[in-house]
Design a protein around this ligand. Structure first.
Ligand SMILES: [Zn+2]
Length: 357
């Protein structure tokens, strides 16, 4: 059985909404997602382990201090600014961005106005901050790091039930319903303890642009992602194309909308074989399950059996493995999909314990 690392703080984040094409719609990244996964894994017999608070250093290893300071203080500043009463915006949301076309060769100043500062750190309007967002994001990162510590302590695999997710966050900017890059933070922790390379493979339906960017051209943490083709009109739109290879340290496998088990599993196999070539010491799996048929957020059509087979493929690498939860929005299905992936990994054992330098 694979330990399930859990942080109660994750419930504190309630974005309420996401703003898409200027329209405020109900949020899909909600706390009950994590509850659904946890109860399914508990029912299957996986033990639940409490996340341990972790030092700031582990976050600073992959994120800029300015981003962390902004996220930690954003809600308090928004409250103090009076924007909740006038004009009546109850969540932190950007409206103005330091676009390269605006600035030209000039470096952006950090805006004095609270309502403008958000644009220096957020790359979309979808990812709102409210009371408890920072505590929840921090709790999710603590869960990922606790899972890494379990693996460093000899567990063959550990699963972090991270919520909010993290895989879209870069070193200096957040978005895509993500605030801290939990998978990247875990990968960097494993790399620091074991030496490189560490492989980070992303199965979420959307491109893992955050880890790609954070570890760009860094063979110490090699990154791979299978996802719906951004050229077909899918988030993160500007990134996730096959040509983005990070000097050989990154691999993207974009798939057309409608892709089901066969092409998706071929892509997972391709990423696993590619990662194996680096002889990694550990693996981080960014396990989004929104590639599933029936998920409202993606047009891929993977089955539960497909997720189990993907788990078997990745477990077959025989590496100490941290699994970090990313997307997955079909509340009736996500628990079973995560369980299927973990079942596949367990079936593929034995796994060698982490070898410390
Ligand atoms: Zn996703």
């Amino acid at each position: 059985m694979i330990p399930v690392v859990w942080s109660e703080a994750q419930r504190l984040h309630d974005p309420r909404a996401e703003i898409w094409v200027g329209v405020r719609a109900p949020a899909v990244e909600v706390a009950v997602r994590a509850d659904a996964i946890r109860s399914e894994l508990e029912r299957a017999g996986h033990p639940v382990v409490a996340a341990e608070p972790q030092p700031d250093d582990a976050l600073l290893a992959v994120h800029d201090r300015a981003l962390l300071e902004f996220l930690a203080g954003a809600w308090r500043e928004w409250e103090a600014s009076g924007l909740i009463e006038d004009p009546g915006q109850d969540r932190v949301v950007p409206y103005f961005f330091p676009h390269p076309g605006l600035l030209g060769p000039l470096a952006p100043a950090l805006p004095a106005a609270t309502w403008a500062r958000t644009g220096a750190f957020a790359f979309d309007t979808m990812t709102l901050i409210g009371p408890g967002t920072w505590e929840a994001a921090r709790g999710a990162a603590d869960a990922a790091l606790t899972a890494a510590e379990l693996v460093l302590g000899g567990e063959p695999a550990a699963y972090a039930c991270c919520r909010p997710p993290g895989h879209h966050v870069t070193r200096s900017a957040y978005g895509g319903a993500c605030y801290l890059n939990n998978g990247a933070i875990a990968a960097e922790r494993l790399r620091a303890a074991l030496g490189g390379p560490v492989a980070l493979l992303d199965l979420d339906a959307h491109h893992g642009n955050g880890a790609q960017s954070i570890f760009w051209e860094t063979a110490e943490v090699v990154t791979g992602s299978v996802h719906v083709d951004p050229a077909a009109g899918w988030f993160p739109h500007f990134l996730g194309f096959a040509g983005e290879d990070g000097g050989g340290a990154n691999r993207n496998v974009p798939l057309p909308p409608g892709s089901a088990d066969e092409p998706w599993l071929a892509a997972v196999g391709e990423l696993a074989a590619w990662a194996r070539g680096f002889e990694p010491r550990a693996l981080v799996v960014a396990l989004g399950v929104d590639a599933a048929a029936g998920d409202p957020e993606s047009p891929l059509a993977v089955t539960a059996a497909g997720f189990e087979e993907a788990g078997r493929t990745l477990g077959g690498l025989g590496l100490p493995t941290v699994v970090v939860q990313e997307g997955g929005y079909d509340l009736g299905a996500i628990g079973g999909l995560v369980r299927a992936a973990l079942d596949g990994m367990t079936a593929a054992r034995p796994v060698e314990a982490a070898r410390h330098e």
